[in-house]
Design a protein around this ligand. Structure first.
Ligand code: GTP
Ligand code: MG
Length: 257
């Protein structure tokens, strides 16, 4: 899977990288997903100060993350890290900013402002984005152990973004994190994740809350306390990534502006 992803060729030549936007509640593990993917491809534990515990979002700038390094080469993927969604009008990432990001209007480094969305007047606003600037797959990141406790407001915000993604025919998937804290059996043996009734129930809850079909929901575990590379963590994430990358490529191939 690593080789397949490293050698991945985007069908449309003018697009050099596939763009993924990670979106979900505060503390869902968005930044950790990026650390995990970097860890897999760079074969060393990747720690990023942006992954942290907090009641408000630890990620406050729009950050594009590349995978790979100049020695071994970079993969043709960019992961865009953003502020988490929160309840209420005055906190968390603004829904309009997410929709702008999907369409490619948000430049790297934009400091999110929960009170007011990005406007055309702001110098972080890209007026005429090309297909290369757009997001090619929306990736929801949701904690398996908190899905049933998610407040109505947060769910509604995420549903609004999903409606927009549907209108744009943009693929959208869910990475369901923290399967280790959700199921004891899975914690002991990550390979039994798809046998776990509890995990299956959580996937079903995700499907109902966001209307994303089951085949697009991937239970994963992020690196967070490990001291070494773990192939089981890698396999789950790589399986998800391989599928997601093909769907993003389908979107790019079919998109015509
Ligand atoms: N047990 C466990 N902990 C995790 C997992 N993924 C993330 N965490 C922990 O959850 C906390 C929040 O993770 P982040 O990656 O910072 O979450 P985020 O979505 O980027 O959060 P904000 O940027 O603040 O919105 C960190 O302490 C992580 O170590 C996982 O799969 N299992
Ligand atoms: Mg973060």
């Amino acid at each position: 899977m690593i080789r397949e992803l490293r050698d991945f060729n985007i069908r449309r030549e003018e697009v050099e990288q596939l763009n993924f936007l990670l979106y979900g509640p505060v503390g869902a593990g968005k930044s950790s997903v990026i650390n995990t993917i970097k860890t897999i491809f760079e074969r060393r534990l990747y720690i990023n100060c942006l992954a942290a515990e907090g009641s408000t979002s630890q990620t406050i700038y729009y950050k594009k993350c590349e995978v790979g390094n100049s020695k071994d080469g970079f993969l043709p993927f960019i992961f865009n890290d953003i502020m988490g969604v929160e309840e209420g009008d005055q906190s968390g990432v603004h829904t309009d900013d997410i929709i702008s990001a999907l369409k490619g209007h948000v430049k790297e480094g934009y400091p999110f402002n929960p009170n007011s969305p990005l406007t055309e007047l702001n110098h972080y606003y890209l007026k005429n984005p090309s297909i290369s600037d757009r997001i090619h797959c929306l990736v929801y990141v949701i904690q398996a152990d908190k899905i049933s406790m998610m407040d109505e407001d947060t769910i509604q915000k995420m549903q609004r973004v999903r409606e927009e993604a549907k209108r744009m025919a943009l693929p959208h998937v869910i990475l369901m994190t923290r399967v280790d804290t959700t199921c004891e059996m899975t914690k002991k043996d990550l390979r039994s994740v798809y046998k776990s009734k509890r995990i299956n129930k959580k996937m079903e809850e995700c499907r109902v809350a966001l209307g994303v079909q089951k085949s697009c929901i991937f239970p994963v575990k992020n690196y967070y306390e490990e001291k070494d590379i773990n192939e089981d963590i890698n396999c789950l994430m790589l399986d998800a990534l391989t599928k997601i990358v093909h769907w993003a490529d389908d979107y790019v191939a079919e998109y015509s502006s």
